[in-house]
Design a protein around this ligand. Structure first.
Ligand code: PXP
Length: 244
């Protein structure tokens, strides 16, 4: 079964709208875990628009599963990750003006720097993952720098409307997943997934882990966090052709 990591950033988005203490990303994370999430993801953005430094410490300490920390490869974030020591970091590119992560990291153009960073993280026992677009050259670069895993960006797949374009992008994701697995990299995926579009992604046999946030947190408003996570796990199982 694919592991579901629930991203609770947008619980903090609601809290930060009022700069108060509720709702709590940790409470949401614990509910997600109770419903079967195998891990929790948070993205500490440079502008701190949702998750704050203290959330990273509180969530890391309070959850019962594993913390995947998404971050840009900046000195500030690296220092924080080395101090907090999450289970895994996922490097993402970050532009201040973007609403959400817009694309994958360009690993090819910064192999030396990323390789140095990977060594530092491994020195502290932190798994090193890279968020990349479904592109074979990027996957090969991830292998060269000895990353543990790649997270394939499903954002474009989830935004396309024409069935032909969706099929083409899905094929790109499938080929990238196969190439990464052949290279010995663990294969994860995420961005923009919902109850429906997750099924074709879950059907890709190499994918071991999914990061899903915005849709689950939104759905939690209507049906509660536990029900939303349970329904997502059911969709993933359906995509895999398994019973949950
Ligand atoms: N993976 C990465 C690298 C991301 O930046 C995000 C968004 O923070 C996600 C997965 C989750 O995407 P969504 O919130 O659209 O489910």
């Amino acid at each position: 079964m694919i592991r579901l990591f629930v991203n609770v950033d947008h619980v903090a988005t609601v809290r930060e709208a009022r700069k108060t203490i509720e709702p709590s990303p940790l409470k949401a994370a614990l509910l997600a875990e109770r419903a079967g999430a195998q891990g929790i993801t948070i993205h500490l953005r440079e502008d701190r628009r949702h998750i704050q430094d203290e959330d990273v410490r509180v969530v890391q300490k309070g959850i019962n599963t594993k913390l995947n920390l998404e971050m840009a490869p900046t000195q500030e974030m690296v220092d924080l990750a080395l101090e907090i020591r999450p289970y895994q970091i996922s490097l993402v590119p970050e532009k201040r003006q973007e609403i959400t992560t817009e694309g994958g990291l360009d690993v090819c153009s910064q192999e030396k720097e990323l390789s140095g960073l990977r060594e530092k993280m491994h020195g502290k026992g932190i798994l090193f993952s890279l968020f990349i677009d479904p592109d074979l050259a990027q996957i090969d670069a991830c292998k060269r720098i000895q990353a543990d895993s790649v997270e394939i960006n499903t954002g474009k797949y989830t935004e396309l409307e024409s069935p032909q374009e969706i099929a083409r992008e899905l094929e790109r994701i499938q080929k990238s997943a196969a190439r990464a697995a052949e290279q010995g990299l663990k294969v994860f995926a995420g961005h923009g997934l919902n109850y429906e579009n997750v099924e074709a992604i879950a059907a890709i046999p190499e994918i071991e882990e999914l990061n899903i946030g915005h849709f689950i947190v939104g759905q939690a408003i209507y049906e509660g966090m536990e029900n939303a996570v349970t329904a997502m796990i059911r969709s993933i199982a359906r995509g895999r052709g398994q019973q949950s």
